[in-house]
Design a protein around this ligand. Structure first.
Ligand code: M6R
Length: 365
C-alpha cells in the first residue's frame, strides 16, 4: 500500500525518520546513553581487521562503513563489490571478521563472498533487512536493519538504515577497543538520537527545491557527482540512484580525482553535484568546485549552513541542510540525493518503482 504517495519509492523515502529510529533503538540504549551494538559471535575487540562485501547500494553503504570502522575503531577494512570479492582469492585470516550487507539477503554474489570467508575461517556478520534470508541463515551474527519491506527497486530506506547500523557497529567496535570513552559515547548517542527528527525536518523543507531542480536535471544527458571522505560513497550512490530510475548517465567521483580525467568533460551541459558538509574535507572539496566553476561548469552544491556561509562560488543551486555532527551527516545528506533522483524520474515519466532491466533481488550471477 502506497498510502498517500505516488510511488513506493516516495513512500519509502518519507518513512526514513521512522524506520531509522527503529533501527537505532536496536543498537543504542537512549536511556543509559550507551551503544549496545555487540554480538557474542563477533569479537570486534580482538579482530585484526574486517572484510566487507556487498553489491550496488549495499556496497556503497559498506564503503561509508569502511571510513567509520577505520576512524572510530582503528580496524583496517578490506572491501570490494561481491562479484570481484568472490573471485579475487584474497588472503584472509581467521583473526579477521567479515560483514555482508544485503537488503534482501539473497544476492548471489554476496552469498558466494560470504561462503568464501566462511571457508577461510572468518566469523560472519550479516547486515540484512530480511532476517529469514539465506545470507542471514548462513551467518554467525545477524545485524538487522529494521527498515520494513522495501518494494521500490531503488534502495532508499534500506541504505540509510544500513548506514545507521554500520555507524552503531563501528562506534560499538571503537568502544570495545578502548578508543571511545563514556563521555564520547554519550555525545555520539546524543547525535544519533537527534537524527530522525532532523531527517523529518529536512525531508519537508527541501522537497519543493528538489522538485524544481529535477526539471533542470531532466534536460541533461550526463551528471557528475563529487564528494570526499564519506561523501565520496554518497556521490556514487547519488549517481547510481539517478541512472537506475531516470536513465540519465551519471558518475560519482572522489572530488580529488576530478583533475585526473573527468575534468575534461566539464561544460555548461553537464551539471556537477558537489556533496560537501562543512567537515575537515570541506576546503579541499571547494577547491575542486572552483576548478569546475572556472571551466564554465554548472554546480549544484549540497552543503550545510556553515558550508553555504563559507563558500562564495556561484552555483546553479545551493541546497542548504542543517549543520549536523559528522557521524550522522551521511544519512542526512542521502535525503536530497534520493529526492533529486526521484523527482527527476517522475518528471521524465519513467517507471520509478520498477525501472527497466532491473530486479529487486539479484539471485543469479
Ligand atoms: O538486496 P541487496 O541489498 O543485496 O541488493 C544489492 C543491490 O542489487 C541493490 O542495492 C541495487 O543496487 C539497488 N537497486 C540500488 O538502488
Amino acid at each position: 500500500d502506497k498510502g498517500n504517495h505516488r510511488h513506493f519509492m516516495e513512500k519509502e523515502i518519507y518513512e526514513q525518520p521512522e524506520v531509522i529510529s527503529h533501527a537505532l533503538s536496536h543498537y543504542v540504549d537512549f536511556a543509559s546513553n550507551t551503544i549496545s551494538a555487540n554480538a557474542a559471535a563477533i569479537d570486534f575487540k580482538a579482530a585484526t581487521g574486517l572484510a566487507i562485501s556487498a553489491c550496488g547500494t549495499a556496497y556503497l553503504a559498506g564503503l561509508v562503513g569502511k571510513y567509520w570502522f577505520e576512524l572510530y575503531a582503528r580496524l583496517p577494512v578490506e572491501i570490494d563489490v561481491a562479484s570481484e570479492f568472490r573471485y579475487r582469492e584474497m588472503p584472509l585470516s581467521p583473526t579477521q571478521a567479515a560483514l555482508f550487507i544485503s537488503q534482501s539477503g539473497e544476492t548471489a554474489d554476496t552469498l558466494a563472498s560470504l561462503r568464501y570467508c566462511k571457508d577461510n575461517g572468518l566469523k560472519i556478520g550479516a547486515v540484512v533487512n530480511v532476517r529469514e534470508s539465506t545470507i542471514a541463515r548462513e551467518s554467525d551474527a545477524i545485524f538487522p536493519i529494521m527498515a520494513g519491506p522495501e518494494i521500490g527497486v531503488a534502495s532508499t530506506k534500506a541504505f540509510t538504515c544500513q548506514l545507521a547500523v554500520l555507524a552503531s557497529l563501528a562506534l560499538g567496535a571503537g568502544k570495545a577497543r578502548g578508543l571511545i570513552d563514556t563521555a564520547q559515547e554519550k555525545e555520539f548517542v546524543r547525535h544519533l538520537a537527534e537524527m530522525p527528527r532532523i531527517m523529518s525536518r529536512v525531508l519537508n523543507e527541501i522537497q519543493p527545491q528538489m522538485e524544481s531542480l529535477s526539471r533542470e536535471l531532466s534536460k541533461c544527458r550526463d551528471v557528475l557527482y563529487l564528494g570526499r571522505g564519506t561523501s565520496f560513497p554518497l556521490a556514487m550512490e547519488g549517481a547510481l540512484k539517478l541512472k537506475e530510475i531516470s536513465y540519465i548517465h551519471a558518475e560519482g567521483y572522489a572530488a580529488g580525482e576530478l583533475k585526473h580525467g573527468p575534468i575534461a568533460l566539464i561544460d555548461e551541459n553537464m551539471p556537477v553535484i558537489v556533496i560537501a558538509p562543512y567537515d575537515r574535507f570541506f576546503e579541499k572539496t571547494v577547491s575542486n568546485m572552483q576548478e569546475v566553476a572556472a571551466r564554465g561548469g554548472r554546480i549544484i552544491f549540497i552543503t550545510d549552513e556553515a558550508g553555504a556561509a563559507a563558500s562564495k562560488l556561484p552555483t546553479m543551486a545551493t541546497i542548504v541542510l542543517p549543520n549536523v555532527d559528522e557521524i550522522i551527516a551521511p544519512m542526512i545528506f542521502s535525503l536530497p540525493i534520493q529526492l533529486l533522483a526521484y523527482h527527476t524520474a517522475v518528471f521524465m515519466g519513467t517507471d520509478v518503482d520498477q525501472p527497466r532491466n532491473l530486479a529487486k533481488s539479484v539471485t543469479v550471477e
